[in-house]
Write a protein that binds this ligand. Structure first.
Ligand SMILES: [Zn+2]
Length: 446
């Protein structure tokens, strides 16, 4: 007698029985560490804008689906009425601080990221040129390796980085070779080359930056410095930069970004046709309504939204990432578009496609945002206001699947529902504030 002689009907029934048993077992199992339930997921990469549950396991996105049972997760958080998005990616920030240098973006003008990122839904920042090849490893030691925020770097083409005029105008310190070598040594961490603040008539900073970018296979981000007739924006965007290179401060109006009709200049139009990327880089002096509104009206929208956060911009009109995103809502951009330009687009621009999305298997860097309705005001670099009716608030931020910010304690139990002598709450599998498992073990040893 052989296997084939069995009645196929019996075999089918046995198979169905085991599938049934299997699903019962799976249903009762705790498969996930954390479940965000009933939120409106906006994930540009996966073209999702709908109510979905997001399940996390071991710091990764494990499932995005409708109706994942709460019984399958160690911890479930109800995020009804909130937006669940990838952790925001701010590709223009200044975070090389701690050196004690005055008046320097490799010093006092920069900020420690964790104080300003996680509470704003940002999980990744790219420092825009604070460090060059001479001081990148100091930056890495002081800030990158010590931050909970994921900190990446556009390395400055100036070897000394953004330390002020005497360094940043020194053509002799702009050298593609050691810049590219440092970038290749720290692949994935140095994600681009920056040139900024140059006042001279020469093209050398841009040529060297592009050369370094070519060698290390990373994009160049340009702050086009002082406007000089010898080096017009048109030439930069149509000849010097490569498709995929990034023009930041796109709404400053300081370098003929705007044409005579109020819309984008010919340089901007031709640049976009060639595949140049346009980034906001708001900062203290690079966003004015008289440029942003007509360019937006003409359809010249940003590829990515970024802050250019530093000690002065953050208390003036810029404030923070969400405030800039609000400005685009106020100018009529849809929330889905605002989110994609603050997550997936910047991640793609810096070739970190592992970030800025909620694909299954990707790092669970997540922001949970509330869209408030009311009367709000938004201020540009010249201290002029535009009114708006929507404001984004960050309710919850996850980094690697762990709660690192929770504005209203939505992941927490009510104090008077807990045992009277309650101790530190949370579980290290989902909570970035929980005592580590080692500490717990020690405690239980007592
Ligand atoms: Zn900047």
């Amino acid at each position: 007698m052989n296997f084939l002689s069995y009645d196929p009907k019996v075999i089918t029934s046995i198979r169905i029985f085991f599938i049934f048993i299997g699903s019962v077992v799976a249903w009762g199992q705790v498969n996930y560490d954390l479940l965000l339930k009933n939120g409106h997921v906006i994930d540009g990469k996966n073209k999702i804008s709908a109510i979905r549950d997001v399940a996390i396991k071991d710091g990764k996105v494990a499932a995005v689906a409708a109706n994942i049972p709460a019984s399958q997760a160690l911890k479930t958080v109800d995020v009804t009425g909130l937006y669940v998005t990838p952790g925001l990616v701010d590709i223009h920030a200044h975070v090389y601080t701690g050196t004690g240098e005055r008046g320097s973006y490799a010093g006092d003008l920069s900020i420690y990221p964790d104080g300003f990122t996680l509470r704003n839904g940002i999980t990744t920042v790219a420092d825009a040129g604070g460090a060059g090849w001479r001081n990148f490893e100091d930056f890495k030691d002081r800030v990158i390796d010590r931050s909970r925020t994921r900190v990446l770097s556009f390395i400055n083409i100036v070897g000394n980085g953004m330390r002020g005029g005497q360094y940043e105008q020194n053509l002799d310190d702009m050298d593609a070779k050691p810049t590219a070598e440092m970038a290749l040594k720290h692949k994935g961490l140095i994600i681009g080359v920056k040139t900024a603040h140059f006042a001279g008539p020469e093209w050398k900073p841009y040529e060297q930056a592009v050369l370094a970018g070519k060698t290390a296979n990373i994009p160049v981000m340009v702050d086009f410095g002082t406007r000089r007739l010898e080096r017009p924006l048109y030439d930069l965007l149509t000849k010097y930069l490569r498709p995929g290179d990034i023009y930041t401060h796109m709404y400053s109006g300081l370098r003929i970004e705007q044409g005579e009709d109020g819309g984008p200049s010919k340089a901007m139009i031709e640049g976009r046709k060639r595949g140049i990327i346009f980034d906001v880089g708001h900062g203290g002096g690079s966003f004015v309504w008289t440029v942003a509104v007509p360019l937006m009206k003409a359809g010249f929208v940003p590829d990515s939204i970024s802050t250019d956060i530093h000690v002065s911009s953050m208390n003036a009109g810029m404030k923070d990432m969400l405030n800039i995103m609000d400005k685009f809502l106020a100018m009529g951009m849809s929330l889905d578009d605002v989110i994609i330009k603050s997550t997936w687009n910047p991640a793609k621009e810096i070739k970190r496609e592992d970030l800025g999305n909620l694909s299954v298997g990707s790092t669970a860097d997540i922001a949970v945002l509330r869209l408030e309705k009311g009367k709000f005001g938004f201020v540009d670099m010249n201290s002029a206001r535009m009114d708006g009716s929507q404001k984004l608030l960050c309710e919850l931020t996850l980094r690697d699947g762990k709660v690192v910010y929770d504005l209203n304690g939505i992941t927490r139990e009510l104090w008077n529902k807990l045992p009277k002598n309650y101790d530190k709450q949370g579980d290290p599998r989902w909570d970035g504030f929980a005592p580590s498992s080692r500490t717990q073990r020690k405690k239980s040893d007592h």
